[in-house]
Design a protein around this ligand. Sequence first.
Ligand SMILES: Nc1ncnc2c1ncn2[C@@H]1O[C@H](COP(=O)(O)OP(=O)(O)OP(=O)(O)O)[C@@H](O)[C@H]1O
Length: 352
Amino acid sequence: MSLWVDKYRPLSLDKLTYHTDLSRKLKKLAASGDLPHLLVYGPSGAGKKTRIMAVLKEIYGPGVEKLKIDLRSFETPSKRKIELNVVTSNYHLELNPSDVGIYDRVVIQDLIKEVAQTQQVDANAQRKFKVVVISEADTLSKDAQHALRRTMEKYMANIRIVLCCNSTSKIIAPIRSRCLSLRVAAPTEAEISEALQLVAKREGLRLPEGLAGRIAVAADRNLRRAVLMLETARVQQYPFTDDQAVPLADWQVFIRALAQAMIQEQSPRRLLDVRGQFYELLTHCIPASVILRTLAFELIQHVDQDLKPEISRQAAFYEHRLVVGQKAIFHLEAFAAKFMSLYKRFLMDMYA
Ligand SMILES: Nc1ncnc2c1ncn2[C@@H]1O[C@H](COP(=O)(O)OP(=O)(O)OP(=O)(O)O)[C@@H](O)[C@H]1O
């Protein structure tokens, strides 16, 4: 049994519900029989991956949906063996370089070379190129990106690269200039409500407008999160009611508690606890920028009016640091420390 987010993922360009202009553009692109390298970017849960798969299906037909997982091993220059799971079909492969950390250059180089040098296995395939989809491309090291750029040029005849990422700011300019950039913006709340209604209809459920709207707002324009919330709500209570509580994801509850802890006490010991909880969130794959933003919103709701602008400013500052820097934990911790010192000073001034 699969989750609704997978079960009801639209599989073809015609079935995609929003950004119809973009779908039309992609359809034209696919119809030309060729594909440029693509750089697909947009926030999490906006539907990037869904769109990419729909384009591949348009080009290659349903064969791209027959996926298998290969465990590939690579050798680093220092002769260390590393392994990586690669999802493949006869026509494309998907990899997530953040799984191999600092050895991403080796993986990119070897894997793409290998794909480029093996001929299309399916003799009936209409296209002579294979597609390599790289998820979370913004985590690629600069080294790996330069290797990728060289490979893109060298093997353009039989390979197309599709990069998928949240923001293009970490992608080097020479790659950006070789790709067609496509922005997949977050769906609006109305578009999310509509998508939720569609899922409910296919499940045979009656979803009150009010509840759909509130889930859409709570999901923060992330469609994946909205569909997950709807499924959780279904487990909690059905038939749905218009005023039913919207279930928060566990990590949101966790961050709310974290914010409360920071407001209750500002001390080195508390900061150490907070750091531990940041690690906990990061190891559960909650993106650092989401942690920072959610935490800042929670904090702002509980502080005095006078402090709000400064906290927002600090949150924006550290969010930028997250984008340009490397180790997320440093910046999260620095933000927490900054908040604690601002808040403590505020309290002391108030009672002085
Ligand atoms: N046009 C659409 N209409 C309806 N549902 C959609 C549409 N696009 C995406 N979805 C749903 O939204 C969910 C998230 O989509 P997807 O995985 O493509 O997002 P993403 O942008 O790649 O996210 P991330 O960057 O977090 O990987 C999917 O599970 C899918 O069911």
